[in-house]
Design a protein around this ligand. Structure first.
Ligand code: ARG
Length: 581
């Protein structure tokens, strides 16, 4: 609130860009020096004066402006004083005024409409049919869902797309394995594990590895088994009934397990489509690229576009169709992008995947640009790093693939025993899922996540359970208070302690944090804000008695405002709160 007003004020007066000002603004070491400080060094060159002279000049001019609006708009009311202290311009916020606003916030707190009239599509999760969802998919799923919530909050219309890998070489492999080695009762009982067993058996024959995060790139040329898989793929594209039937059975078995996981995570999508639905469109684009001379055909039928890398003199061949004329990962993505642009007319489409697909998206976007699709510059790839499990590798049947289902199950079980140990009333699923989502989101998307159950489920420190617990603590204070005091009308804001001021200021930062998270596609800003918010609250709570205190009425309202703010903040991370824990 006040920080953004200060930024606007400075932008008008100095002609610096808002982002520049925002990065420069500091919080003074003690509150006697003010609430925000702007160092004037950067303006020296432009104004041809020393930073201290500039600070003095600006303080006079801005103070005049504030004075003039004292009785009009919010600006003069929100800022009490602007002082030059050496090369710094220090701002003093009107805390009473801020407190008045904060205690009135409601469930819409933090929402804005900066995205009004704009549409953002997000392609996230996208597990591969027939394979279990592995731990890499969890990051895409959780980050994507959080971004959807953030953009919605900012007033955008959002479209969440789950793009299932329902076709591709892995499907060819599975069909071969299914025909040879399927154990029917096992498939019925435990579809994930049976399909995984088949896949692993195939990879054993083929001598390939099951890699995480780099799907469909595992092509071997002239491998007898890989060729069998390619033949199945071809049969599928030709509409062979028997092959199609197996494919549908695999789809159904996988679909059930994916839904179970989305249910536990409490995540849904606007649309779920398979890659295979874009086969025709993809092929049309390939033909069109050939006709226009953008793509070329090899003798064996493979089609490629020559792409120039910045540092390379020779072009790279990027294949957009395989040798036996079957579609590949990028063929479908070409088709899907074009269809979605037509259907949704988005202003932006974000693909959330593992960083190892960066090259794929780079080629995809470049080819669409070469083909002059007008939406091509609206596409963004948001890559994320790896999740590492430290020493605690969960043993799976293959030994080296970590299944999402196992991680979820184990975390929820651990949450249950933690709750039991503490004799509290939490909901183990909300705690367990919250712990996982939080550990994924508190890290910037690009960095690696180091996962350990012990830290994830700790009730202390920068964890999901700690935040949920802080919420429950605030709820219990309110519950304990007599309802009469809670509803009591405040005549005026009492003199504020530094703990109250800190909390009020922290709450007032929320709106800006959400905006920044949206601009930078970075939910970790909200996660880390939530943690600071909870810490500030706990600091306040340890130093300022609430119940039966002289200031009970005001403090209860402040506790409630904190609760509202934390709830919204956690909501944007997809984490549910509980009144008791
Ligand atoms: N199925 C892919 C994988 O598991 C992710 C899909 C990402 N979305 C896309 N449009 N290519 O790695």
């Amino acid at each position: 609130m006040s920080k953004s007003e200060i930024i606007n004020l400075l932008a008008k007066e100095t002609k610096l860009r808002k982002e520049e000002i925002e990065n420069l603004i500091e919080i003074p070491p003690t509150s006697e020096l003010g609430d925000y400080a702007f160092p004037c060094f950067i303006l020296s060159k432009h104004f041809k004066k020393s930073p201290s002279e500039i600070a003095l000049k600006l303080s006079r001019e801005l103070s005049k402006e504030i004075e003039a609006t004292k009785n009009l708009g919010s600006l003069g009311k929100n800022i009490n004083e602007i002082k030059a202290v050496g090369p710094y311009l220090n701002f003093f916020v009107n805390k009473i005024n801020l407190a008045e606003k904060i205690i009135k916030i409601n469930s819409n707190f933090g929402k804005t409409n900066i995205g009004k009239g704009k549409k953002i599509a997000i392609d996230f999760s996208g597990p591969n049919i027939g394979k279990p969802m592995h731990i890499g998919h969890i990051r895409s799923t959780i980050i994507g869902d959080s971004l959807i919530k953030i953009y919605n909050f900012l007033g955008y219309k959002t479209i969440g797309i789950n793009y299932l890998g329902d076709i591709g070489l892995h499907i060819g492999k599975l069909i071969v394995a299914y025909e040879l080695w399927l154990n029917k009762p096992a498939l019925k009982k435990d579809p994930v594990n049976e399909l995984l067993r088949l896949y692993v058996q195939f990879c054993g024959k083929e001598k390939s590895e099951i890699k995480e995060g780099q799907e469909d790139n595992d092509e071997f040329s002239n491998n007898e088994w890989t060729n069998k898989a390619k033949e199945k793929l071809k049969l599928l594209e030709l509409g062979d009934k028997k092959t199609e039937k197996i494919w549908h059975e695999i789809q159904q078995a996988s679909g059930r397990t994916f839904d179970k996981i989305y249910d536990i995570l409490n995540i849904d999508f606007t649309e779920t489509t398979g890659q295979s639905q874009f086969s025709d469109k993809g092929r049309q684009i390939v033909i069109n690229a050939l006709e226009r001379g953008i793509a070329k055909k090899e003798e064996d039928g493979a089609v490629y576009v020559e792409l120039f890398d910045k540092n390379q003199k020779e072009p790279n061949k990027k294949y957009i169709q395989r040798s036996n004329e079957t579609a590949s990962y990028i063929t479908y993505d070409l088709g899907a992008a074009v269809e979605r642009a037509k259907k949704y007319k988005f202003d932006k489409m974000i693909y959330v995947t593992d960083f190892r697909q960066a090259g794929h998206f780079d080629s995809l976007f470049t080819i669409l640009k070469l083909m002059k699709y007008d939406f091509a510059d609206k596409l963004i790839h948001l890559p994320f790093g790896t999740i590492r499990f430290g020493d605690e590798i969960i043993a799976t049947r293959t030994g080296d693939i970590i299944l999402l289902e196992d991680v979820l199950k184990k975390t929820i079980e651990k949450a249950k025993s933690e709750i039991k140990k503490r004799k509290t009333k939490g909901d183990e699923q909300k705690v367990g899922v919250g712990a996982i989502k939080y550990i994924v989101l508190k890290n910037e998307p690009t960095s690696d996540v180091h996962f350990s159950w012990e830290t994830a489920l700790s009730f202390e420190g920068n964890t999901g359970p700690y935040l949920q617990y802080s919420y429950a603590r605030a709820s219990s204070i309110i519950k304990k208070a007599k309802s009469k005091n809670f509803n009591q009308k405040l005549k005026r804001i009492p003199p504020l302690t530094k703990y109250e001021i800190e909390l009020i200021k922290k709450i007032s930062d929320f709106e800006e944090v959400v905006q920044k998270a949206g601009e930078t596609m970075n939910p970790s800003l909200i996660a880390n804000y939530s943690f600071e918010l909870a810490q500030t609250f706990n600091e306040f709570y340890h130093n300022c008695p609430v119940i039966k205190d002289e200031q009970e009425a005001f403090r209860l309202k402040l506790v409630d405002a904190f609760r509202t703010c934390l709830k919204n903040s956690l909501y944007l991370l997809g984490i549910e709160v509980m009144d008791e824990m």
